[in-house]
Design a protein around this ligand. Structure first.
Ligand SMILES: NC(=O)c1ccc[n+]([C@@H]2O[C@H](COP(=O)([O-])OP(=O)(O)OC[C@H]3O[C@@H](n4cnc5c(N)ncnc54)[C@H](OP(=O)(O)O)[C@@H]3O)[C@@H](O)[C@H]2O)c1
Length: 182
């Protein structure tokens, strides 16, 4: 079992604009069944976690439909509307407690931290992030929601081109937990 942060990013390290737009991303060419793409990745995933901005973007983008079949934890301090029948828990618990619940729910499968970057960072701070997968779009944004606002040391495991995207898969070598206890 491994915990992945799998995301697309601009070349200058932003995963959304300051207005939470992904227009710059959704217009890019990608083969969803190609190298390191979502189609294959998603099959390995047994549970998801995301922050409230990401959840609200998904709900806006999908017009209220929930496309994920895996149990999902949404981090928020607010009461958010949930789609009927979706397996979603709202939480503000410590990421360690949520991670343990996700592991129990995922069976043999892996965990996906969908975003944003700081939430992935919170899992890394607790020593719970194993891999970072980034699909870099050929765009710079200049500002926006940061990819992963932490100091982490990573090992490059795999690289691929998928049409317009440069895709990298990295193992977390040293995270917040290691840096606090060198
Ligand atoms: N490029 C991509 O592939 C990709 C992937 C994922 C996301 N995105 C986009 O990137 C943007 C990310 O937005 P973001 O940086 O604001 O991050 P986010 O993680 O989606 O949302 C941040 C919010 O989550 C809640 N939160 C985070 N940690 C929490 C904790 N420990 N306990 C309780 N609540 C917590 C807080 O909201 P409350 O005010 O509700 O408490 C916080 O303001 C979104 O626009 C999303 O659509 C892009």
């Amino acid at each position: 079992m491994a915990t992945h942060f799998y995301t697309a990013s601009s070349l200058d390290g932003f995963i959304a604009t300051e207005q939470h737009s992904l227009d710059w991303l959704l217009t890019q060419d990608i083969d969803q069944d190609g190298p390191m793409a979502y189609g294959e990745f998603e099959k390995s995933i047994g549970a998801l976690a995301m922050g409230s901005s990401t959840y609200e973007w998904v709900m806006r983008h999908e017009e209220g439909r929930w496309g994920y079949t895996q149990p999902t934890w949404v981090f928020t301090h607010r009461e958010l509307d949930l789609p009927e029948g979706a397996e979603i828990r709202l939480t503000q618990d410590d990421v360690r407690a949520v991670h343990a619940e996700m592991v129990a729910a995922a069976g043999e499968k892996d965990l996906w931290i969908v975003g944003g970057g700081d939430l992935a960072g919170q899992f890394a701070d607790a020593g719970l992030l194993d891999e970072v997968w980034v699909q870099y779009a050929p765009v710079t944004l200049g500002s926006g929601a940061p990819l992963l606002p932490r100091r982490l040391d990573l090992e490059l495991l795999e690289v691929a081109r998928n049409r317009s995207f440069l895709c990298g898969r990295y193992r977390v070598v040293r995270d917040g937990a290691d840096l606090a206890n060198p």
